[in-house]
Design a protein around this ligand. Structure first.
Ligand SMILES: Cc1cc2nc3c(=O)[nH]c(=O)nc-3n(C[C@H](O)[C@H](O)[C@H](O)COP(=O)(O)O)c2cc1C
Length: 886
């Protein structure tokens, strides 16, 4: 058993570690990032959406009269909202644009109310709808609805995760043809399954990479004080005390627009205004240390003044003069500062600002009306401008509307990522679980012949695999199990545990290798591939090898790595046991060919059912109760055939595709019960290896039905079939695994179908027939063989009834021993050659289920005779000849 230990994966390579981290972080953080992306997309057009919901609520009809100036507006506010403290007042030069007041928050409130004012009269406009929703979205986007500090760190960590995912994703998808744009940006829509998802995921990632780096970088900047301070310091942006109260420029600064600043990119010049009337407000109304109108962590303790309570006319006049001297303003926010010397802070944009955060800040003393600070965007250093651009870069508004659209699309793509990433992960997990089950099954199988498992012995086989997502590994494991079951000494190990030089010691090696990237080896096999390409003096004259290459024909280099291996082994003098087999997706025919090769290598017959379903994948595993068991061929010359039904209490298990298989492992007691033993099992099988049967029912039947032929040997009944048909008491509960059977699945088509089979093969055909009938497809031809009508016509009643009802167009039941000469399915098919050609000409799909040697081989021959090899090849290539034979 020592050789089994080598089945487990070797130490992962650096690339595999990156991959593991990528999906781990992707799964953990990706889900929240999806929501952050969605909320960001909603916020990016918040202003437009609010205007859409509230048409005209933030603009009034343009009048010839001048608009009120801030002192007048504040007076109007004071009249209408006597009990409220004004936090900030925003005014806009754009004609008709409403002014906006944000009041200081009340006790226990996070944010004060927002009121829009008619700029001509100062009258409060009706409240706008939807603002609260956007605030909620913003709270989620910036703090995940957590308390601010904790939320800020949490979003910062998520931003760091996004950065990691973007960079590791870039590394993992780095194409070999770096200069070919297609390698980076095209995804073939004809790909299916995992390759398609992978393509979508990586191409979308490439497209959005730059935007994600911006999202992540800006997010990290806002989240962590230390980072921000460091970046500010590099940029030479030293914060002055007064700067702490910058309106609308909080540390996170994003999406402040509705409440504190504006995204308007208006270049409108300020309209002509009349001389302001002086507010009658008294300077004695100073309210000292009012709570911060809009508290941000760093602003919390800075006292604020109630702007409405101050006589700000002198300060306004000074500001006006100063701003007009440099061309005027397009929008401004004013706030009274009472920490230290009372002053008014004007945060404002020029008439043609570079972007929404190209702000100027002017602080004017309240008492003397002189300028205390005047910080102009135009005078900022490169570093200062860079810091100011962080928010517009995050929003995309730095590049105007196109930039905003691009960033919004990138944010919307985060869910696409999350979903494709999750799908890839779930697919991988499903495969991993299936593989784990295979490994466990392998580990449980005793060495049947009791021989030492030395692959170095001439009759020993080394099975090795190169797999990215588990398909090749699964096939390798099942291949090894099959060879073991046939009594061959087998050793299995992944290719990353092998050194090309080690092959010199092997007599026979079977390799199952998939292709990844662009015709490249899977990650796990890169080292081996590199060593092989460098091993110029490698000679392997004693080695015989069989190669199964997995790939997808939609890729330019179909089975590229398989070909690389094949060439290298041949060049080293190794002998191919058979020409390399290529598997495109779940190509049942290629796998059946591999199965036959395994069978001939092992020198056994009768095990092809296990082999032909090498690429099966598990749909479900669950407990089923053996409910009924009926002998359906009493008096037959053949072995007894039982119709067996299982029931389950778990409704979710009632889910499979027609053509699916069920796998069961008889309990240990079955060996004793049927009187067999591992080593003496006459069919070369090993005791408790799993057995597979076609499912004859559909999920809507609410039971799982099998037709099981009881195997009889000189020393007793077959272990599984004997247990199932005779020894297992009714109501026994056992675990069944339902497996997909890709090579035999029903094709969804209105084209005609021909169903050919014999014996217990009826089970596989019955599921298909039932499904076709349920879907209203009547162009079905059923051609089936058994021995005697008197005893073996177990399916005749229902099939003839379906025929009479018109569900099956043509039925041929062939009873081989009911007439003097033996007559089989293939003979009837030959007689019906003209009809066969006609049906195939109409696009028919042919399903064959039943015995391999007796029936399927004969049917193959007739198909070739009747249709010709070329048509037969086409049928196989198009997946129109589907077989489940054993
Ligand atoms: C990202 C990616 C790249 C692939 N590149 C190729 C290729 O270049 N040539 C090819 O024939 N198949 C290619 N395939 C298809 C795989 O080889 C195929 O799906 C195979 O069954 C995977 O087996 P595994 O699960 O053992 O890795 C690619 C699949 C993916 C997901």
């Amino acid at each position: 058993m020592a050789s089994r230990g080598t089945m487990f994966a070797a130490w992962p390579s650096g690339r595999q570690i990156w991959f593991q981290l990528h999906w781990l972080i992707g799964i953990v953080a990706g889900t929240v990032l999806m929501l952050i992306g969605l909320s960001g997309a909603v916020l990016s057009f918040r202003e437009e959406l609010i205007d859409l919901i509230n048409p005209g609520a933030r603009t009034v009809a343009v009048q010839a009269a001048p608009t009120l100036l801030p002192p007048q507006l504040l007076a109007a506010v004071r009249e209408q909202f006597a009990n409220q403290q004004v936090g900030t007042l925003a005014v806009f030069a754009k004609p008709g644009a409403a002014a906006r007041v944000i009041f200081a928050p009340g006790q226990g409130e996070r944010r004060g109310d927002t009121v829009y004012l008619d700029p001509y009269s100062g009258r409060a406009l009706p409240p706008i709808a939807g603002a609260e929703f956007f605030e909620w979205v913003e709270t989620f986007h910036r703090w995940l609805l957590l308390p601010r500090e904790a939320g800020r760190v949490a979003t910062g960590v998520l931003a760091a995760c996004l950065l990691f995912l973007s960079l590791s994703g870039l590394y993992l998808r780095w194409p070999r043809r770096v200069w070919d744009w297609r390698a980076w940006l095209s995804v073939d829509p004809s790909l299916k399954g995992r390759p398609f998802l992978w393509g979508l995921h990586s191409v979308a990632g490439t497209l959005a990479l730059l935007m994600y780096l911006v999202f992540a970088g800006t997010g990290i900047y806002w989240a962590f004080d230390a980072v921000r301070e460091q970046v500010d310091a590099w940029a030479g942006e030293v914060r002055m005390a007064g700067r702490l109260s910058r309106a609308g420029d909080g540390p996170t600064g994003t999406a402040r627009t509705t409440t504190e600043s504006t995204t308007t990119e208006s270049t409108a010049t300020r309209p002509t205004t009349a001389a302001p009337s002086i507010s009658a407000l008294s300077a004695t109304a100073v309210s000292g240390a009012a709570p911060a109108p809009i508290a941000t962590p760093r602003m919390r303790n800075v006292p604020r003044g109630d702007a409405g309570a101050f006589y700000i006319q002198p300060a306004w006049t000074t500001f006006e003069k100063s701003a007009q001297a440099t061309g005027g303003w397009s929008e401004l926010i004013l706030r009274v500062q009472v920490d230290g010397r009372p002053s008014v802070l004007f945060t404002w944009l020029d008439t043609a600002p570079a972007h929404e955060r190209a702000r100027n800040r002017t602080v004017v003393s309240l008492s003397g009306g002189e300028i205390v600070q005047d910080e102009r965007y135009a005078a900022k250093s490169q570093g200062g401008r860079f810091i100011a651009a962080i928010y517009p870069l995050h929003m995309g508004s730095y590049f105007g509307l196109p930039g905003r659209i691009v960033m919004t699309l990138a944010a919307l793509m985060l869910p696409l990522f999350g979903i494709t990433g999750w799908m890839l992960y779930l697919d991988r997990r499903r495969k991993k679980r299936a593989l784990q089950a295979e490994r466990t099954a392998m580990a449980a199988v005793p060495n049947p012949a009791g021989r030492p498992m030395s692959p170095n012995k001439p009759d020993g086989v080394l099975v090795t695999y190169a797999s990215q997502s588990g398909t090749a590994e699964g096939i390798a494991l099942r291949s090894a199990a099959v060879l073991e079951a046939a009594g061959m000494p087998v050793k299995i190990m992944p290719l990353n545990k092998l050194d090309p030089a080690q092959l010199q010691d092997q007599g026979c090696v079977l390799i199952v290798a998939s292709t990844f990237g662009e015709g490249e080896p899977p990650d796990m096999a890169r080292r081996f591939a590199r060593q092989l390409s460098q091993a110029s003096g490698l000679t392997l004259p004693h080695l015989r090898y069989g190669l199964l290459a997995l790939g997808d024909r939609h890729y330019e280099k179909f089975c590229g790595f398989g070909h690389t291996l094949d060439r290298a082994l041949a060049a080293a003098g190794a002998q191919a046991l058979f020409p390399m087999l290529e598997v495109d997706g779940g190509d049942g025919e290629a796998l059946a060919a591999w199965s036959r090769q395994l069978q001939s290598l092992a020198g056994v017959g009768g095990q092809v059912n296990d082999l032909a379903t090498l690429d099966s994948t598990i749909d479900s595993v669950g407990q089923w109760r053996l409910a009924t068991r009926t002998l359906v061929n009493a008096g037959s010359q053949g072995n007894p055939l039982y119709d067996i039904a299982f029931l389950t209490t778990q409704a979710k298990l009632l889910n499979w595709q027609p053509g699916a298989l069920v796998e069961l492992r008889p309990p240990n007691t079955a060996v004793g019960a049927v009187g067999g033993s591992n080593s003496s099992a006459p069919d070369g099988t090993i005791g408790l290896a799993p057995r597979r049967y076609s499912i004859a029912s559909l999920p809507q039947d609410e039971h799982l039905r099998l037709f099981v032929r009881q195997a009889r040997h000189a020393n007793g009944l077959g272990i599984a079939s004997g247990w199932l048909t005779e020894h297992a008491p009714l109501d026994t509960t056992l675990e069944l695994r339902v497996l997909r059977n890709p090579g035999f699945e029903l094709i969804e088509t209105v084209a005609p179908c021909i169903f050919i089979g014999n014996g217990s093969g009826y089970a596989g055909l019955r599921g298909h027939l039932r499904a076709r009938i349920a879907r209203g497809h009547r162009r079905n031809w059923f051609l089936f063989g058994e021995r005697h009508r008197a005893h073996d016509a177990f399916c005749a009643d229902e099939v003839e009834q379906w025929h009479a009802q018109g569900h099956i167009e043509r039925v041929d039941l062939v009873f081989s021993r009911d007439q003097p000469e033996r007559l089989y399915v293939q003979d009837r098919l030959r007689d019906a050659a003209a009809a066969l050609r006609h049906w195939v000409g109409e696009g028919a799909v042919i399903y064959v289920c039943g015995s391999l040697s007796g029936m399927a081989a004969g049917v193959d021959l007739v198909l070739e005779e009747t249709l010709g090899q070329a048509v037969l090849n086409d049928l196989v290539a198009e997946g129109r000849l589907r077989r489940d034979v054993y």
